[in-house]
Design a protein around this ligand. Structure first.
Ligand code: 4GY
Length: 223
């Protein structure tokens, strides 16, 4: 997949840590015009992706891999994608992403092959390809060897406690009169860790009160 061939995911693919293949559902069309859509029974606007090409595409993948990989359908009706889900999917050897178009996919095909329905957020796109790439990106960076030390040394947002990341600073020490917080220049590692944790909590409270509430609940029940 072209959009994933650059940067970190591209490097992972070159290293053989990750491979992404696109299957064209049109190759499984049942007619001369390679069409895979038809009018909805009961009427209404738009077209529906037919069951046969979709199911046969998945069956082709099963034959080729000699497995029945989890099949993720990208749709606004799915469970909203989050970091825990990425962690769970990263344990799978193979994943299939079913990318719908038009008004959607014939319900029978979904019943037959879809194991997980996932949304990347409450908005409607033209197809499932971009959401699939978003998921693949988030999952890939969790695979061993994909990130190097500089990239993974960060204790990222959601990496610890479900808190947002603390603020980051790099050179210069003074940028147009704005100074780097003094504690970061002190070399006092315990104080730095304490400051960062405080900042993470403060920011989460300010920017994501929903996450902050979860954090509070978690830390009440734990102790
Ligand atoms: N949002 N999260 C999304 C989407 C496009 C019509 C079904 C989303 O995951 N997918 O908007 N997908 C639609 C287009 C068929 C998928």
């Amino acid at each position: 997949m072209n959009g994933l061939s650059t940067s970190i995911t591209g490097r992972a693919m070159n290293k053989g840590l990750l491979s992404v293949e696109a299957i064209n559902i049109r190759d499984f069309s049942h007619d001369k015009h390679q069409s895979v859509d038809d009018y909805p029974y009961g009427g209404g606007a738009g077209m529906v992706m037919q069951a046969a090409p979709v199911v046969e595409s998945y069956e082709y993948i099963c034959q080729k891999t000699k497995k029945k990989p989890r099949c993720i359908y990208l749709s606004p009706q799915g469970k909203t994608f989050h970091q825990r889900m990425a962690e769970e999917f990263s344990k799978e050897e193979d994943l299939v992403f079913l990318c719908g178009h038009y008004e959607g996919v014939d319900e029978r095909a979904l019943e037959m092959i879809v194991t997980d329905e996932v949304s990347i957020g409450d908005y409607v796109l033209t197809g499932g390809e971009l959401p699939a790439m978003v998921m693949i990106d988030a999952i890939s960076r969790l695979l061993p060897g994909v990130l190097n030390n500089e990239e993974s040394a960060v204790t990222e947002s959601f990496g610890l406690d479900g808190l947002l990341e603390y603020p980051q600073y790099s050179r210069p020490e003074d940028f147009r009169g704005r100074k780097v917080p003094e504690v970061l220049m002190s070399g006092h590692h315990a104080n730095i860790a304490k400051w960062r944790k405080e900042q993470a909590i403060f920011r989460t409270k300010e920017k994501r009160p929903d996450l902050y509430e979860k954090y509070l609940l978690n830390n009440r029940t734990k102790t």
